[in-house]
Design a protein around this ligand. Sequence first.
Ligand code: GLN
Length: 188
Amino acid sequence: MRVGVLALQGAFREHQKALAACGVETEQIKKPEQLAKISALVIPGGESTTMGKLLIEFNLLEPIKELGEQGMPVFGTCAGMILLAKGIAGSTQPRLGLMDITVERNAFGRQVDSFEAELDIPVLGEEPFRAVFIRAPYILSVEKSVEALTSFGGKIIFARQGRFLAAAFHPELTGDLRVHRYFLENCI
Ligand code: GLN
C-alpha cells in the first residue's frame, strides 16, 4: 500500500515521516496522474485558502473529490480538515467538501496563535495524546453519520466519517504515531 501526501504547500514532509515510521510507503502528490499510484491520501496543515487555490491550479481538486466520493480514504489535518469540510463558516473558498461537517477557521482566537494540549482520545487508548494546535479550526457542527472522536474546550476537534478522518491539530509534529495508525487501521 502506498499513501499519498498532498504536497502543494504546508507540513507534508512531517506527514511522510510519520507514515514512514508506521512502515508505509508514501508519494508526494503534486500532479493528477500521481493519484493513480495511491490507495489513500493525507492532506496536511498549511493555509486552506492557498491550498484550495493551488488544488484548482494544479487540476487536483476535482480528481481528489471524485476519488474520495468513490471511496478513497482521506485524512486531513488542520487546513486539511478545512478542505475536507462541506461547510466553512463565513467562507466560499474552494474545498473538497467530502465530510458532512461545518468548520470555523482560526477558531481558538487570534491572540493564541498556537498551543499544546493533552487530549483524551478514547479510540487511541488510555494514554493522553499531546496535540499541537496552530491557528487551528474547530468543528462547529456535524451530521449524524459523523463520529466525534474528541473535543477540546467543548468543541469537536477530531472526527471520522467512514473512510474520512479530520483533526484540527497536528499529529505529525509530536512523534506520537497513534493518530496515523488509527487512520491506517480503521479508515483504509
Ligand atoms: N488557519 C489555517 C487555515 O485556515 C490552518 C492552520 C493550519 O493548518 N495550521 O487554513
